[in-house]
Ligand binder design. Structure first.
Ligand code: A4P
Ligand code: MG
Length: 167
């Protein structure tokens, strides 16, 4: 742990995805990796099996969302995502290609921001059912605020949130 006080700080919504190796273990390990870096989970979705979007010739994904608190700023939070991905041997072979673990920041408080490293809200979140369906299950209030549909792509529940255990 970082010794920060995550309970006192920012609200962050994450999306996690995996389509290589032990997908469930990568997602759970990804959440643990965030926790070790100062992210405190509040609520999470079930795991959903989803058809690949963007580059379609690759295995199906498991996806989930997580809402958490952190004292880290947005760029530190992105670094935490990338460090947790690296722990799971994430390789960047091609954009939208297969990966052991991808962690994206969907929303960070009510922040709107765009620089070379980070865009918030996540620019593609409103198009993607693999983000929107877990998000609606996990946090219906924030989903309502997005004022969008459920996006495109095949999604089915794989494991309920109650059956997902992180520690
Ligand atoms: N970046 C900018 N904004 C953000 C943000 N809000 N959160 C930058 C995270 N990263 C952000 O990401 C590329 C760069 O985006 C990072 O260096 C960061 O500085 P990446 O993880 O290296 O590469 P990527 O994931 O291949 O690219 P990208 O554009 O993030 O892809 P997406 O949009 O995340 O799509 N289909 C299914 N069913 N399930 C999936 O999870 N995922 C993708 C990836 C495609 N198809 C999928 C799924
Ligand atoms: Mg990504």
């Amino acid at each position: 742990m970082t010794g920060r006080r995550p309970d006192a700080a920012h609200k962050v919504w994450f999306s996690l995805g995996s389509n290589l190796g032990d997908r469930e273990d990568h997602l759970i390990g990804g959440v643990r990796g965030l926790v070790e870096r100062g992210v405190a989970p509040e609520v999470w979705s079930g795991l959903y099996e989803t058809a690949p979007v963007g580059f379609t010739d690759q295995p199906p994904f498991l996806n989930m969302t997580l809402r958490a608190r952190t004292a880290m700023d947005p760029w530190e939070t992105l670094q935490a995502c990338q460090a947790a991905e690296a722990e799971r041997n994430r390789e960047r072979v091609r954009r939208w290609g297969p990966r052991t673990l991808d962690i994206d920041i969907l929303l960070y408080d009510h922040l709107i921001l765009r620089d070379e490293k980070l865009t918030l809200p996540h620019p593609r979140m409103k198009e993607r059912s693999f983000v929107l369906i877990p998000l609606k299950e996990m946090d219906p209030e924030v989903f309502e605020q997005l004022k969008c549909g459920l996006g495109a792509g095949e999604v089915r529940l794989y494991k309920t949130a109650e059956d997902v255990i992180f520690c």
